[in-house]
Design a protein around this ligand. Structure first.
Ligand code: G6P
Length: 610
């Protein structure tokens, strides 16, 4: 999705903006642009294509200002083109705006502005914003900074939808305004410079101190000050939040790609996620949940999108078996529109690596409205979801930059397991199983290290099948949910068509797709389902399939093409282990095909619009 950066300070803005935009590339985009102010004139360079392509536009050499805004666009309204790229200016070239989000009522606003004589150059929803600001500014009797602020505030009052905005005004060459509603934006601060970004990692090399804005709060920035206002334009105060991540956490650190680095970081990210949660007992500080409350609930909903939803699926059984609470897992974009049965007897858990996924946040708001307690699991401190939920539990996976999620997924499974144990302790249920699983969780980082040693074996098989058009994944029980995630990883970064099926469903349709030489990957980690799974795999072998088996069981001398043996684990932990070779499988196939592993086509890391 769109990314925004901003700078106001004593250095030239251009290299800082380009650096920030390059670090936001992973969010996914198709156009880029930057604007600065010099001698009370806004200079604006933008085009479709990559951030680095901007550097070949000759006029970019003339951008010398020490204040500027930048944008990577992920097209929604209007195709990728120079005109549709941001920044957008008003008709008088007084205001420049970059925007992340969607203005749902832009057509109506555009018509009103056209009736007032404004002309539009682009097909975007964003272009109404600078013109609206200009309209309110030129009709205002205010003076000084309040005149600028008031015009932006009045414009925002008319906007329906989501927005994170940075606004420059040529008449205020030493100030910048930012505001957000339902779209991410952070302000990094130091003594003589201030930075804006859609997310923390992009500006982590400049500062570790951040201000977080709530919806419809405005920040008025100069080089050495940041003032905050609410939407009645009353000044409010804010403290900075210090971010522990170090800047190298957002670098490749010698790895060829972020994805590979993040796969190999998993022993560490899981260890950090366990952190102090397992210390004698399982503890989740600040989670104010009583035994009476847990006894009163009759359902847990886990709601999320993409990989985060698969982490929920992987943990349904631990909540059901260890806590004895019925648990349902739902896709956020479905949940929010299907009128789910939720009330004060339902506990809703929302998982989001970024904490900014629009559908997940909307689902959370719905659950709150209906009286359910809400817990967010997020990887980003201060993210929107953490500010909406009753409680937030952080995974400490560190910044995840590759679009395809890896280390966040395994940390989410870890934290959900710990949460299940914490609930079971409070409920005093299955305490022997709690103790055994707690010990097992502590061994996971070492077992993940063993899985990573399988990289070469996985690569060898990947290199044999990378030209395939379709690859199928099969699993039963917990292995079915891992198959879904394995298949998602593969299609995200290799563009190979892939499906995951519950192995028992094979006969009910999918087997019709199996033909000679097709590749089928089967996950077999649940001891009591081994025989059943093998029977299903025999059915595809009989029809000519090549098979790769990921297992923690001794399968004897069967006729599989390749067996990858992972460490033994209970069904609560095995999803963390079995996914490691599957992440590597997707990675090596993508590399062998020569694709951009970290930034797959059409995908965005953080999906901040519906
Ligand atoms: C996008 C990303 C996925 C991610 C999903 C949910 O689709 O490409 O990798 O799993 O969003 O993101 P979240 O930040 O909410 O976990």
């Amino acid at each position: 999705m769109c990314g925004i950066v901003g700078y106001i300070g004593t250095q030239k803005a251009k290299p800082i903006l380009i650096n920030g935009l390059l670090r936001l590339e992973y969010r996914g985009y198709d156009s880029a642009g930057i604007a600065t102010i010099e001698n009370n004139v806004i200079k604006n360079i933008k085009n479709k294509g990559r951030v680095n392509d901007l550097l070949s536009i000759p006029e970019i050499e003339t951008l010398d200002g020490t204040i500027g805004i930048g944008h990577t666009r992920w097209a929604t309204h209007g195709k990728p083109s120079s005109t549709n790229s941001h920044p957008h200016l008003d008709n008088s070239n007084t205001f420049a705006v970059v925007h992340n989000g969607i203005i749902e009522n832009y057509a109506e606003l555009r018509k009103d502005l056209e009736n007032k004589g404004y002309k539009f150059l682009s097909e975007t929803d964003t272009e109404v914003i600078p013109n609206l600001i200009h309209y309110f500014f030129s009709n205002s009797s205010l003076t000084g900074e309040m005149k600028f602020l008031n015009a932006v505030n009045e414009a925002c009052k008319l906007l329906v939808g989501s927005f994170a905005l940075e606004i420059l005004c040529s008449l205020y060459p030493n100030s910048m305004l930012v505001v957000r509603k339902d779209s991410p934006l952070v302000i990094g601060t130091s003594q003589t410079e201030n930075y804006i970004s859609s997310d923390i990692p992009a500006i982590l090399s400049f500062t570790k101190d951040f201000y977080l804005l709530n919806d419809l709060e405005f920040a008025y920035l100069t080089r050495d000050t940041v003032k905050f206002f609410d939407n009645n334009l009353n000044q409010i105060s804010k403290n900075t939040t210090s971010i522990e991540w170090n800047a190298t956490a957002a670098e490749k650190d010698g790895f060829e790609d972020f994805m590979l680095k993040e796969i190999f970081e998993q022993p560490k990210s899981i260890r950090e996620t366990i952190g102090s949660h397992i210390n004698g007992k399982c503890v989740i500080n600040d989670l104010n949940i009583s035994k009476e409350y847990l006894e009163s609930i009759n359902k847990i909903f886990i709601v999320a999108c993409g990989t985060a939803m698969h982490a929920g699926l992987a943990c349904k059984s631990v909540l059901e078996q260890i806590c004895e609470i019925s648990t349902e897992v739902d896709i956020a974009s479905e949940f929010r529109y299907r009128n789910p049965l939720i009330n004060e007897k339902t506990l809703c858990i929302f998982i989001s690596q970024s904490g900014e996924t629009a559908d997940t946040i909307a689902a959370l708001k719905l659950a709150k409205e209906r009286g359910s307690k809400t817990i967010a699991i997020s990887n980003v401190i201060g993210s929107s979801i953490s500010r909406e939920a009753d409680y937030t539990i952080y995974t400490h996976a560190g910044p995840e930059i590759a679009v395809a999620s890896t280390k966040a997924y395994t940390s989410q499974i870890m934290i959900l397991n710990i949460l299940a144990l914490y609930f079971a302790q409070i409920l005093e249920r299955n305490l022997d199983k709690v103790e055994a699983l707690k010990q097992e969780l502590l061994e996971v980082p070492n077992k993940v290290e063993q899985c990573l040693k399988l990289a070469n074996e996985v690569k060898e098989f990947a290199n044999k099948v990378y030209k395939e058009k379709d690859i199928f994944f099969l699993g039963r029980g917990i292995d079915y949910s891992s198959s879904l995630e394995a298949s998602l990883k593969l299609k995200e970064i290799s563009y190979i068509h892939s499906e995951a099926y519950a192995a028992g469903e094979l006969k009910h349709g999918p087997i019709a797709l199996i033909e000679n030489d097709i590749t089928v990957v089967a996950l077999i980690t649940v001891p009591y389902l081994v025989e059943k799974s093998i029977s299903n795999i025999q059915e595809v072998i009989t029809r000519g399939a090549k098979t790769l088996i990921i297992t923690n069981q001794d399968l004897g001398n069967k006729t599989f093409d390749k067996i990858i043996r992972i460490p033994e684990a209970s069904e609560y932990v095995s999803p963390i282990l079995s996914i490691i070779p599957m992440q590597l499988f997707a990675y090596y196939i993508s590399k062998e095909k020569g694709l951009d592993v970290d930034k797959p086509r059409n995908l965005a890391k953080s999906v901040t619009v519906e």
